[in-house]
Design a protein around this ligand. Structure first.
Ligand SMILES: [Zn+2]
Length: 369
């Protein structure tokens, strides 16, 4: 008779195999298709959160603009096989014609050690026949999952379109009672991109401080939080959206302080002040509810003038995120009164508390629906 001690790991191993199985089926189906597409692997992204470790391998193809009948619906599907062993996941990614980053150099290998809560180490190396071999070692307590996540296509001036999909390996606790929601906080601008300015005040620095303060509040309340930047650096807009999509975040919140057009007359500038929140009505999850709650809470807490919500489907971080996404414009930086207020940390702390409270209210509203 098997002891309970032996049964439990056996059961968890079977569960893990079942979770990985659909990817094997999908890979086999793709291989039997008429033409298996080829692609490059330009970069690999890793994320280490409180309750998950994630490896995302970008696969990309550049096609003539008219090569795809329905570009909106098209998704590049990576072809791969997955083998689950005890505490090790091996994935073979096929049809890789070129590699970038650390894999771009001769004999290059991508190796990263994690904090070992859910993933100990991942190594990625080139193998024969245009293959990449991905080996991930994880502890017995972790549960691996494989998904694919599409990035919004990019049209280039040379009349080509770049399609990218991430092969995402997600390692999280095997049996959480209720997994913590992941929140992606995006401090707007950074590095060479200062955002709005008012004398010595730089929007990028104010955004980062509010985002860091918001992170601390949300972490203390048990949420898992990922920051698109934690210091003063330039981050591409699509990379910001990628983080929310790859991590399957419950919400993506981009934190900004508003600017106004350079040519606006001084008389108009004096009137142009306050808080607004931007959303995208055309997004898969438009997040107008979140925007409404966030704008009310921010303006109510800070005592700023409240502008109507802005529907901005043209903004990259709003039209490239597949999860509910908003941009909170906390205050109007060029306006003297707003600038004086947000330059003081006590108000940035209040803004952070308002953003965190609005996010929690939104979760309660969603749960009640
Ligand atoms: Zn901004």
């Amino acid at each position: 008779m098997l002891s309970l001690v032996k049964i439990v790991p056996l059961v968890s191993l079977i569960l893990m195999i079942l979770i990985v199985m659909p990817s094997v089926v999908r890979a086999a189906a793709a291989e039997s298709g008429p033409v298996a597409s080829t692609y490059t692997v330009p970069e690999i992204k890793t994320f280490s959160l409180k309750q998950k470790d994630v490896v995302a391998i970008a696969v990309e193809e550049c096609l003539p603009a008219d090569a795809v009948a329905n570009p909106l619906e098209y998704k590049l599907e990576p072809v791969f096989n997955a083998d689950m062993m005890k505490n090790r996941l091996e994935v073979t990614l096929m049809n890789v014609t070129a590699t970038g980053g650390e894999l771009g150099t001769a004999g290059g290998k991508f190796i990263e050690a994690f904090n070992a809560n859910y993933l100990k180490r991942v190594s990625i190396e080139k193998a024969a026949e245009n293959r990449l071999k991905i080996t991930a070692d994880f502890p017995a307590t972790a549960k691996p999952q494989i998904t694919t996540v599409k990035r919004k296509r990019v049209s280039r001036p040379d009349n080509t379109t770049v399609y990218r999909t991430y092969l995402v390996l997600n390692f999280s606790p095997g049996s959480p009672a209720e997994p913590a929601k992941t929140i992606v906080l995006d401090a707007g601008h950074g590095g060479k991109d200062t955002g709005a300015t008012n004398n010595y005040l730089y929007e990028k620095n104010l955004n980062l401080d509010i985002a860091l303060l918001t992170r601390d509040i949300l972490l203390a309340r048990g949420y898992d939080v990922y920051m698109t930047r934690t210091d003063d650096r330039f981050i591409n807009l699509l990379d910001r959206a990628d983080a929310a999509n790859i991590l399957n975040a419950a919400v993506f919140i981009s934190i900004h302080n508003n600017s106004m057009p350079e040519d606006m007359p001084d008389s108009a500038r004096k009137l142009y002040r306050g808080t607004t929140v931007l959303y995208n009505s055309a997004a898969p999850q438009p997040a107008k509810d979140l925007a409404t709650i966030m704008c009310d809470k921010l303006a109510g807490t800070l005592g700023t003038h409240q502008y109507p919500l802005q529907n901005r489907p043209g903004l990259v971080v709003l039209n490239s995120t597949w999860v509910p996404a908003v941009i909170a414009e906390v205050a109007m930086l060029p306006h003297a009164q707003d600038a004086k207020m947000i330059s003081q940390r006590i108000y940035r702390r209040e803004a952070a508390a308002a953003i965190a409270a609005a996010t929690e209210t939104y979760f309660r509203v969603c749960a009640a629906l």
